[in-house]
Design a protein around this ligand. Structure first.
Ligand code: ZN
Length: 188
């Protein structure tokens, strides 16, 4: 079996489940209020749609990711990401268009988004240098322990427990682009 025979490259439900494992290692949380509590699947809704009990917001795991509001199926995004990341010289939008059987315009857009996302994780040039100012900050994302379901809580103390540590580095330039990365490395 090749890597590409994994279900998340072919089956949309499997692709959504895969992304959920990556984005929500501790279970789904609401992108609006950060809560873990009373998050239920929306009956009859599109695949992966959930509703947050406390704030009533409906969302899928793609909210806040590069896949948000895309009409392209997630399993095709996974194929594209794999093709781009596994080929040394990258892959042209034309090749992507022919391989994924999506319109050229769509392939171009997907490639652009994926490249942007990959660039942020692997900045090509180091930040800072002589006469440059780099600012750094850290934060923890994820809901409060007390809002999580009992079975998901970690009883290890306070602060960042059970949350994802995110560092942001910003180099002061004329046009200032923050570079953020998550501490835990995850792959598709
Ligand atoms: Zn909510």
């Amino acid at each position: 079996m090749s890597i590409l025979s994994a279900p998340h490259f072919h089956n949309e439900t499997a692709a959504i489940a895969r992304l959920e494992d990556i984005v929500w290692p501790q279970g789904p949380f609401c992108p609006r209020c950060g809560g873990f509590d009373r998050i239920t699947p929306v009956k009859g809704g599109r695949a992966g749609l959930r509703r947050c009990g406390p704030c009533k917001r409906e969302f899928t795991v793609t909210v806040g990711t590069i896949f948000e509001r895309s009409h392209v199926k997630l399993h095709k995004w996974f194929q594209a990401a794999h093709l781009m990341a596994s080929s040394k010289k990258g892959i042209s939008a034309h090749q992507l268009h022919r391989t994924l059987k999506v319109q050229y315009k769509t392939a171009w857009f997907m490639e652009h988004r994926l490249r942007e996302a990959m660039r942020e994780l692997n900045p090509t040039e180091p930040l800072g240098g002589e006469g440059k100012t780099v600012e750094m900050d850290e934060t923890f994302i994820g809901g409060l322990e007390k809002n999580k379901h009992r079975s998901k809580r970690q009883h290890k103390g306070t602060g960042g427990v059970g949350k994802e540590a995110v560092y942001a580095l910003v180099e002061r330039r004329v046009a200032c682009a923050p570079i953020t990365f998550q501490l835990s490395q995850r792959t598709i």
